[in-house]
Ligand binder design. Sequence first.
Ligand code: 16G
Length: 244
Amino acid sequence: MLFEVDKDSLLPIYFQIEEGLKSLISSGELQPGEMIPSERELCDRYDVSRMTVRQAINNLVNDGFLIRKRGKGTFVGMGKIEQGLKGLTSFTEDMKARGMNPTSILLDFREIKATAALSAKLQIHENEWLIEMQRIRIADDIPMAYESVYLPKELVPELTKEIASQSLYDYIEKEKKLAIAHADQSLEASVAKQKEAEILQIDEGAPVLAIERTTFLTTGKPLEFVRSIYRGDRYKFKIELVRS
Ligand code: 16G
């Protein structure tokens, strides 16, 4: 493992270690899943304090470059997926565009009567029938997000478990010939609850992004209300801002 730390530089030492490790990851010298040297080893090698090394590693863990496994060590992570917030895309489209293989595990698929809250989101009457489905969204065998989707049954009366395990937007547009127009989406920071942590294979309390989306058809009718939990270590959302 090779990188230099220049103690006379104006750049803080933790930053130099952080950049050094990052360059080893991007050059492939450190491979995804590989264990990096322990904090103690890095302290000895660069003759710096534990706090300095820890700061560099913490930053890399927060950015998804490294993963800490309790009692085992620190490993090279998979990096974060950068997801634009401009286009209204599906999970399948997003992953395919990155050359990844999207799959889903359908955890739940049932008909329920709309609660007051869901009927307001979907602009339907309370007690109208909805299809509720819960899916783990997976890319290249890694669970990325956990979604709960609610759709008015009237729009997709023939939706089956088989269809729900594939791309929903494909079915809506190609089979049902319904035109998806726009969506309202919110995104907030949260921490993984026990069930979410199990499903996403992360620690309970690990950072996640909680997203809610209501998607509308060109007719103005809401198609879906979706609550999703995305892994904070694998996702970074990106938006371009234009000053007017
Ligand atoms: C995305 C959407 C979700 C939609 C799904 C359809 C977010 C936060 N959510 O996961 O609302 O139902 O795509 O994907 O982006 P599919 O066509 O692959 O089933």
